[in-house]
Design a protein around this ligand. Structure first.
Ligand code: ME8
Ligand code: MG
Length: 665
């Protein structure tokens, strides 16, 4: 069995900041590494940033900075983000570092000496977003659009070095056949196999038309293809010292966690490069699925809205990062696509963390100040211990199979079983009638909770420590060669002090939950209810109310900020409302907008609101619209904003009480 474990994340492009997707992979890698340490492995966890290539060069140009400056700034954001999510990589590699570049160049030379690199001419299509070559067949027609980025691939026509990928077709197929664990889950392996079976062409691995990359040894007119450079990070990061180099030896378990978007690079190109250089291969490429947030694809705007650190820090609980880690790994089956949302987080927080785990602790600790002595076991204890032992095994097996979701599911069956035990054993009753029995119940629960604190630690390291403190247990201190897994609940010494503390997962107020939902709501993908000004005249026109939603018009041409600044929007409070005779769509309103006198506003909302319904409402008022005369002395001094909804209108109203006259911006 391997005793070394090496886990990596993709090195992230620095044209973006860390987001929920990159956090997901990094949290999973951190979790696996922590698990292996508890099992006595010498474990190492690497992450970093991918800094070269045309994509980055262009991103830097767009921002008017050098690629070096961009890389330095953004890689620092990545480096400082991970600890805030409880992730503790042992190393952080940047591909612009000399320690990396020298190893990439050495790898290139080694493959060239083996005869697998030759100079040729490349002509074909390239998507800079993916930094990948495509054939016309793989692109969307017409227009050669990249299936991922929906932008036209560029034609590349230049001298280029090639890697003899075609030579490795059979060797790769053998690899997948002999080592099915090389690509996981199995579905991904089938895709990769089909791709290789369809025929491999040699791969262009250098470019001459830009400079931001690692120079090709002996031919500095060329820089290396960014994926040749980037993939090598997993190897180069270990080469600084002898003890780290051991992590690439054949008997080390080496796992690259990646998203399903980049499986091909990892499961086809990377092993072929390594075979050509005569180096060992990673053990497993594990491709997880893609995360959506509240049903929305990750996008630049979404990234602003749901920064993982902001989300973790916004939770009014001392363990926000652990809560995020738990929900990400529990809610989305690792390997599959899935959705994450604030609703999901809040319901897991309440049910799994508060009501199940937190409650178990709160139902145990109040009964004792020190570890009580055990007494005779009953069937209840036997049943609980049996569940614990079976489940501890299942949790370990799941982590071993890189299945943190299954591990957590199994762990929670222990927590449920223990809560059920409390229900049945009824310590509150034993407290009155049978102190020895109470001691037995509490001692049993303390052992189970001690075991839970260990099994929880890979996913929720801070919570595990806080639990252990309350349970009177020392912090976990894994050491190489000693397996700390609680296959049987660890026994306790009678008389050890306990330290009951504050609840780990305090219940959130309903209003707090609502604030969190609103703050972390994804931006509306489509303007489902774009506020439309209720122009009384327009609405007074004959258009009949319809039962279906009004056709959504396309967004109007862009305006400048200055144009927007001319609009004066205020909060108003409707003081009075009357129907207008013979104009059955209009209401005649008096609206307080913070001025000496309420304004008269004629609004075309009578089909959606009765006068009684609007009086007292806070509304959004366009306050500097030129007065409009509707005839018969009806002059409107402003306009209300409302959204089109099926069959009518919904007035826009401030989400909290705002003073009349408050500016809306
Ligand atoms: O591809 N759901 O970097 P990258 C889940 N530099 N995971 C996601 C995700 C989502 N919505 N979005 C991103 C690159 N990820 C290359 C890698 S490695 C030698 C070079 C995660 O910044 C997922 O792990 O585009 C995905 O593979 C990775 O971020 C892509 O990061
Ligand atoms: Mg990407």
């Amino acid at each position: 069995m391997a005793t070394r474990f090496y886990v990596t994340t993709p090195i992230y492009y620095i044209n973006d900041v860390p987001h929920l997707g990159s956090a997901y992979t990094t949290i999973a890698a951190d979790t696996l590494c922590r698990y292996k340490r508890l099992r006595g492995f010498e474990a190492r966890f690497l992450t970093g940033t991918d800094e070269h290539g045309l994509k980055i060069q262009r991103a830097a140009e767009e921002r008017g900075v050098s690629p070096e400056a961009l890389a330095t700034e953004v890689s620092e954001v990545f480096r400082s983000t991970w600890p805030k999510l409880g992730c503790e990589p042992d190393d952080f590699i940047r591909t612009s570092e000399p320690r990396h570049k020298s190893v990439v160049q050495a790898l290139w030379s080694r493959i060239a000496e083996a005869g697998d690199i030759y100079l040729g001419h490349y002509e074909g299509l390239y998507c800079v977003g993916c930094e990948a070559y495509y054939t016309e067949k793989e692109l969307e027609q017409p227009g050669n659009l990249c299936p991922l980025h929906k932008r036209a691939a560029e034609t590349v026509k230049e001298e280029s070095y090639f890697f003899r990928l075609s030579k490795y077709q059979d060797k790769l197929l053998d690899l997948y056949a002999n080592h099915p664990e090389f690509v996981l889950p199995a579905g991904r392996r089938n895709e990769v196999r089909a791709f290789v079976q369809s025929g491999l062409e040699d791969l262009s691995i250098s470019r001459t038309t830009f400079r931001w990359g690692v120079p090709v040894p002996g031919d500095p007119r060329h820089v290396m293809y960014v994926w040749f450079d980037a993939l090598t990070n997993y190897f180069s990061a270990l080469q600084g010292a002898q003890d780290t180099a051991l992590f690439w030896e054949f008997d080390s378990e080496k796992v690259h966690l990646v998203g399903k978007d980049i499986v091909r690079f990892h499961a086809v190109y990377w092993p072929a490069f390594l075979m050509a250089a005569g180096l060992d291969l990673p053990s497993t490429i594990f491709a997880h699925g893609f995360l959506t947030y509240a049903g929305q694809k990750m996008s630049k705007t979404l990234r602003n809205t749901v920064s993982p650190v902001a989300l973790a820090e916004a939770l009014p609980c001392a363990f926000g990062a652990d809560v995020l880690r738990y929900v990400l790994l529990r809610s989305i089956s690792f390997g599959q696509d899935g959705d994450f949302s604030m609703d999901e987080l809040l319901s897991r927080y309440t049910a799994d963390l508060g009501n199940a785990l937190g409650n178990l602790l709160n139902r145990t600790l109040p009964f004792a100040e020190t570890v009580p002595a055990k007494a005779a076991t009953t069937a209840l204890e036997d049943e609980l211990l049996c569940t614990c032992m079976r489940r501890a095994n299942a949790v370990a097996e799941a982590f071993d199979a890189y299945a943190p979701t299954a591990a957590l599911t199994a762990l929670w069956t222990v927590i449920q079983a223990a809560n059920l035990y409390v229900d049945k054993a009824a310590p509150w009753a034993a407290k009155k009638s049978d102190p020895a029995r109470l001691g037995m119940i509490v001692a049993t629960l303390l052992e189970v909770l001690g075991g839970v604190s260990v099994m929880l630690a890979p996913v929720m390291p801070k919570v595990a420590e806080a639990m252990r403190l309350q349970l009177g247990l020392p912090p976990l201190a894994p050491s190489v060669g000693s397996d700390m897994w609680p296959f049987a609940p660890p026994s306790r010494t009678v008389g050890e002090p306990l330290a009951r503390g504050l609840p780990l997962f305090p219940r959130f107020e309903k209003s707090t939950e609502q604030e969190l939902r609103e703050r972390f709501a994804p931006p509306k993908a489509e303007a489902a209810s774009v506020p439309v000004a209720v122009e009384a005249a327009a609405v007074a026109a004959p258009a009949a109310p319809t039962e279906v939603a009004a056709e959504k018009s396309p967004v109007r041409p862009t305006i400048s900020y200055d144009d927007f600044a001319k609009i004066d929007l205020r909060v108003g409070v409707v003081i009075s409302a009357e129907r207008v005779k013979k104009k059955d769509r209009l209401l005649d309103l008096r609206v307080d907008v913070g001025e000496a006198e309420p304004r008269r506003i004629i609004a075309g909302i009578a089909a959606s609101y009765s006068p009684e319904q609007v009086v007292g409402k806070r509304v959004a008022v366009l306050a500097n619209l030129a007065p409009r005369d509707f005839g018969k002395g009806l002059v409107s001094q402003g306009m209300l904003l409302a959204a089109d909804i099926p069959g009518g209108l919904a007035l826009m109203t401030p989400e909290r009480d705002a003073e009349p006259g408050s500016e809306i911006r």
